[in-house]
Design a protein around this ligand. Structure first.
Ligand SMILES: [Zn+2]
Ligand SMILES: [Zn+2]
Length: 263
């Protein structure tokens, strides 16, 4: 049997509009997804909260703990991680840190049409040179329709990475608009399929209602401003830094909750 996963969703732990629990309830009640990955910017806490909620209630939904890792060379989604990763200057360092946790590294919106505006940066042609586990060839944002086609074209002529679809949802109504088909039913099945290159991307499937739900995102309105002050994992922390656990260690990235409490 083939199932559907949405491997790119944001919650209030970064710049998404709803809490992880609300997201999980919505997915179970309103969609045909068997698996989701919560991939907040710069923190895995949203994914951990969503996974704990689904497990405690024994809901028929597998939640993968993920994170959208910021790098100077473009965004990389980590899937199957256990704790938050910092930002990185180099995309290669991010992929290595994801793999060190046993996670999978996915290039998302690699040729995003929004990259020139300083948003949604992707790794672009690095796609062919990084030790990635997959590439998002269908990003759900309506602005990425053309760059999705370019990504698929390049992937099939070059690196031939496992192909994924992810909605990049920041509001529940767009969850599942782009998705990933995989053989099986569980998060473990999806992981196996990714490693065996047996996934297929689906969507984006826009309806008038979901397009309306996404409009505030395109205008940049209605969501908390996301603060991009990164602590990088591939440079040594400053001496005297209170976050230093031991000499040479790097600082953990503060959670969204810590950010939003800042004056
Ligand atoms: Zn992104
Ligand atoms: Zn995203």
């Amino acid at each position: 049997m083939q199932s559907k996963a949405d491997t790119h969703i944001h919650t209030t732990y970064s710049d998404g509009a709803v809490a992880p629990e609300t997201l999980v309830d919505y997915v179970v009640e309103q969609t045909d997804l068997q698996v989701i990955a919560v991939t907040d910017h710069d923190t895995a806490e949203g994914g951990l909260a969503a996974q704990a909620y689904a497990r405690q209630r024994r809901l028929p939904l597998d939640v993968i703990v993920g994170q959208e890792v910021t790098t100077d060379e473009g965004d990389i989604v980590a899937l199957f991680v256990h704790k938050s990763l910092p930002a990185f200057h180099s995309a290669r360092a991010a992929v290595q840190a994801i793999h060190a946790q046993g996670g999978l590294a996915i290039a998302v919106h690699p040729f995003s049409a929004w990259a020139s505006l300083g948003k949604m940066a992707g790794v672009g042609r690095l796609l062919a040179h990084l030790p990635l586990d997959g590439v998002e060839i269908r990003n759900g944002f309506p602005t990425n329709t053309l760059s999705n086609r370019l990504t698929q074209w390049i992937n099939r002529r070059g690196p031939r990475l496992s192909e994924l679809g992810g909605s990049d949802s920041h509001v529940p109504h767009t969850v599942g608009q782009a998705f990933t088909w995989f053989p099986g039913r569980s998060a473990a099945d999806l992981r196996r399929a990714l490693l065996a290159r047996r996934t297929r991307a689906g969507g984006p499937l826009w309806t008038p209602a979901s397009l309306c739900a996404a409009l505030p995102l395109l205008r940049g309105a209605g969501l908390p401003a996301y603060e991009h002050t990164h602590v990088y994992g591939d440079e040594p922390a400053a001496p005297g830094d209170p976050h230093i656990a031991q000499p040479g260690a790097t600082r953990p990235r503060p959670s969204w909750a810590e950010f939003s409490q800042k004056p």
